[in-house]
Design a protein around this ligand. Structure first.
Ligand SMILES: Nc1ncnc2c1ncn2[C@@H]1O[C@H](COP(=O)(O)OP(=O)(O)OP(=O)(O)O)[C@@H](O)[C@H]1O
Length: 526
């Protein structure tokens, strides 16, 4: 074995151990035992002086730490004296508004930490996703990108803001609450207030474009659950006497005005507004309710009193948890079979001891909450309680107003009654025109579209032809015999062929009239 290289190496190691450059190495030697041997060995083998490397790294690390310290110090000082913030908690409606607005901004920024979500309310599909045969193709919802937990900067109207999203556990230590804190670099929170006002405005303009519908869900307790969020129905698509429409819109508009609430309060009059829409089935009562929601940017909360599982206490809870401004829609109140509490209801007990059921009948009241049905007084209490909140528009619909209890529709509970009738000549004409006319949006889209097969409805572009066909159509149908829903249903079956709608009309009309005379529904008569 050749030991001469090792001897030379040992000699060189001793030779380099006393240079002036080794001062940091001497310090390292104190911390890392055997450091000088390792470093000199490495120098001999690679030609690299570890001491220099370590010294450089220590210098960079020192500078970086000093810079971080200084930065944190300045930032802390700046945050303390020149930053203002406003926190928004997730139990406030504003939380979702801010999140939605921020997520719209996220699409336009280069943020690197995002949260992807697909379950959000505006995740609606374009209606033009059909193939060359006109078959609608379902496409999985695309993700939208939200701010992730942590903080991020964004700019709005030239000003820089910071938003921090965090989650905290509630007192019980289980439910994760979330909050957003929005910072601005100013000595007052006014820029954030302005931003929040801007976000509210943005949301309101979105809400008037869309109508959210909530229904009472029964899932181990009753709570409001959003069932749909659909484009608002334009008021002009509901055919009703124009004067009646104007009267309702004016009335609701005045009711919702803050000055009106003050006027009522000053005079000690309960500030509430109730409407009764009555008329035969399919005449537009529900449609008008939704159209009004669109006009005023209100959400619709529907309650069905036909729900046999709905108890009185649940009804009260539901009404108590309504938001400040909304439309409360009580549909088909006649068929709910409301009874006065004192009115006895005969309940048959089970035929247990082989007695006849007559022997074991007992009396109960509809107010019996365990039975799940709602008494008139419970409904009145709920209505009075809910309507006493400013901004609730109560709409009740019924097919048989004459059967309603006078207490339910007395002034103060129902302030305006709107009668819906079977289709008049004008409504028949209007329904045809609405079905086959082109909206300006459709005209634009139609111009862009290359595949004419994929149009869901045939449109008549020439207004004169459309008018003439609508006139022929309405003249062939008697007034006050068909509901707008029936006429719409007939036209929908021929939506691609207006001429066919005219050709088939006589046969359909005669069959329908015949069945109406016999008093039975013509199932499947199209
Ligand atoms: N006056 C109307 N104007 C426009 N569309 C109408 C009208 N009446 C009914 N329709 C159409 O008929 C369908 C049913 O209407 P809607 O649900 O509003 O009737 P309704 O009076 O509430 O019926 P019901 O008493 O059975 O609840 C809807 O698709 C709607 O577009």
């Amino acid at each position: 074995m050749d030991f001469s290289r090792l001897q030379n190496l040992q000699y060189d190691l001793n030779a380099t151990s006393t240079t002036a450059a080794n001062l940091p190495s001497t310090l390292l030697e104190l911390v890392v035992p055997g450091y000088s041997t390792i470093s000199q060995l490495a120098f001999r083998l690679t030609g690299i002086d570890i001491g220099v490397l370590v010294t450089g790294w220590a210098l960079i690390f020192g500078c970086h730490t000093a810079w971080r310290y200084l930065y944190d110090l300045v930032e802390g000082y700046f945050d303390e004296y020149y930053t203002s913030s406003i926190q928004v908690d997730d139990d406030d409606g504003l939380f979702n508004d801010v999140k939605d607005w921020l997520s719209e901004q996220q699409n336009n920024t280069s943020s690197r930490k995002l949260k992807a979500v697909t379950d959000y309310e505006d995740n609606k599909k374009d209606d033009n996703v059909d193939d060359e045969l006109g078959i609608y193709k379902y496409e999985a919802p695309m993700p939208r990108y939200e701010l992730s937990y942590g903080s991020d900067d964004f700019f709005h109207q030239g000003r820089r803001f910071k938003v921090a999203r965090s989650s905290v556990k509630d007192e019980a230590g289980s439910y994760m609450r979330e909050n957003l804190e929005i910072y601005c670099y100013a000595r007052t929170a006014q820029p954030v207030k302005d931003l929040l006002a801007h976000i509210r405005q943005w949301k309101i303009s979105q809400e008037t474009a869309m109508t959210s519908v909530y229904r009472a869900l029964n899932n181990g307790g009753r709570y409001w659950s959003k069932q749909s969020c659909r484009p608002s129905r334009p008021l002009q698509t509901v055919s009703l006497d124009q004067q009646q429409k104007d009267a309702i819109v004016e009335d609701i508009n005045e009711y919702l005005h803050p000055a009106t609430a003050r006027w009522y309060a000053a005079r000690g009059i309960p500030h509430r507004r109730g409407y009764l829409f009555h008329g035969p089935p399919g005449t537009g009562k529900t449609s008008l309710s939704f159209a009004l929601a669109g006009v005023f940017g209100l959400e619709v909360y529907c309650v069905s009193l036909n729900d046999k599982d709905l108890t009185e206490s649940e009804l009260c809870t539901l009404f108590d948890t309504l938001p400040d401004r909304c439309i409360v829609l009580l549909e088909d109140i006649d068929s709910a079979g409301l009874k006065r509490e004192e009115e006895p209801v005969v309940v048959e007990a089970p035929d247990a001891d082989s007695k006849t059921s007559k022997d074991v009948t007992k009396t109960a009241t509809k107010a019996d909450s365990s039975s799940g049905s709602i008494s008139l007084s419970a409904l009145l209490n709920a209505i009075d309680g809910a309507a006493s909140h400013e901004g609730h528009v109560l709409i009740m619909t019924t097919n048989t107003p004459e059967q309603l209890d006078a207490a339910l529709i007395r002034p103060g509970r129902v302030d305006l009654q709107v009668a819906f009738t079977l289709a008049t000549q004008d409504q028949i004409h209007e329904t045809f025109v609405r079905m086959y006319s082109q909206t300006s949006e459709e005209q634009i889209r139609g111009g862009r579209r290359t595949n004419s097969k994929s149009r869901p409805v045939s449109k008549i572009a020439d207004p004169e032809t459309l008018e003439a066909m609508a006139r022929t159509f309405s003249q062939q149908l008697p007034a006050d015999m068909f509901s707008p829903a029936e006429i719409q249903g007939y036209l929908l079956m021929r939506k691609k062929d207006p001429q066919r709608a005219l050709n088939d009309l006589k046969k359909w009309r005669d069959e329908m009239l015949e069945s109406k005379k016999k008093g039975k529904k013509l199932v499947g008569a199209q």
